[in-house]
Design a protein around this ligand. Sequence first.
Ligand SMILES: Cc1ncc(COP(=O)(O)O)c(C=O)c1O
Length: 408
Amino acid sequence: MFQCCMARTLLDPSVVIVDSFDRSKLRADTPGCDHRVHLNNAGSAPSPSVVTEAIIEHLRLEEAVGGYEAAQARTEQIATGRAGVARLVNADADDIAFMESSTVALHRILSTLPIRRGDRVLVAASEYGSTILPLLQLTRRLGVRLDIIPDGEDGSLDASSLDRLLDDDVRAVFAVQCPSHNGLVNDVTALGRRLRDLGSHAWYVVDACQSVGQVPVDVGEIGADFLYASGRKFLRGPRGTGFLYVAPRAMAGLDGFPTDVHGGEWTNSDSFQLADTAIRFENFERSYANFMGLFRAVDYLQETDQHGVFAAIQRNAEFLRCRIGATPGYQVLDRGAHRSGIVTFVHTRLTAADVVGALAAASVTASVVRPGINPVDLDGRSTVRLSPHAFNDESDLNLALRTLSELS
Ligand SMILES: Cc1ncc(COP(=O)(O)O)c(C=O)c1O
């Protein structure tokens, strides 16, 4: 174990990382720690074994009694699971819809929002590619105008630029809290506050895909109308899971289009009723086994010292940033006053794929961020991304750093 002391400056090589967080249980619970150093938790984190067991247990039940019957038998656990997810972001259980991914949540939001020809939509400069693509499609289909909310001097979202950008024609505002291609944390709370202070009626949509599980997220504080996240990232749940928070204002004014027989009821030839909770945004069909895994992952985080986990992720990332920044041949690209568990950098001579390949050969899992994730921010370059979790220890980080310094 090592002790903690946060970096004084981003690239200060003299920083000593001092950390009293006890990660031994996290490591013992994570078979994925045994043979590899997993530093791609922003891609998909290895689950604790209790998550895998919860999935298998549900699959066994389906095998024994049938899928619908198994789901029926789990009615209570599903309600408890929904409440657990809600607690994670300080929401009511009725405001949570289960989603298969962040992108599925975004698509349901986009099909629901009354975005019309001539409307304007604002997006954070560090937005994720899959958010921008359908918005660009709307510019072509409906002549919607897409305006970027510029970053401030520190490179993160500048809420004050709303004063200039906001008008009655702005229908929706999209902001990512932790971008996946850069280690910054955008102040989505300041943006939400500014929207309210300026009396805007625009729908406020927050992408918390990378933030849930690594920073505290409070939907009330943020003031989001919608907020979504994926289960497989810092939350350490299985792939194919996620959730959507729908605020009471959105529930009152929007119908969750298109709904199915799970989220609504066809009552007569031309009439129907919608569920009066966020369930109206959900799909009928989903992998119940995977959601049993997600519920277990949420419980696991909440049974652990949650804030200790958040702090350990940040310290691990800051440690990597400092050391990589001090290593000749590397340039750290992270910006912003407040940084996340994502570390991005380039090698001055080697491609990102070469660097990630060398790390893989040393049993360190890293990832390449393609320019298409955000070509403006990335300026057409691929970058290397390391995203440690709290279960990564000093020897994990040092193995990655040794491999990188051999390349430099
Ligand atoms: C910031 C961000 N938003 C959205 C997404 C899309 O998430 P999903 O692949 O679960 O739909 C990702 C995926 O990596 C992401 O990093």
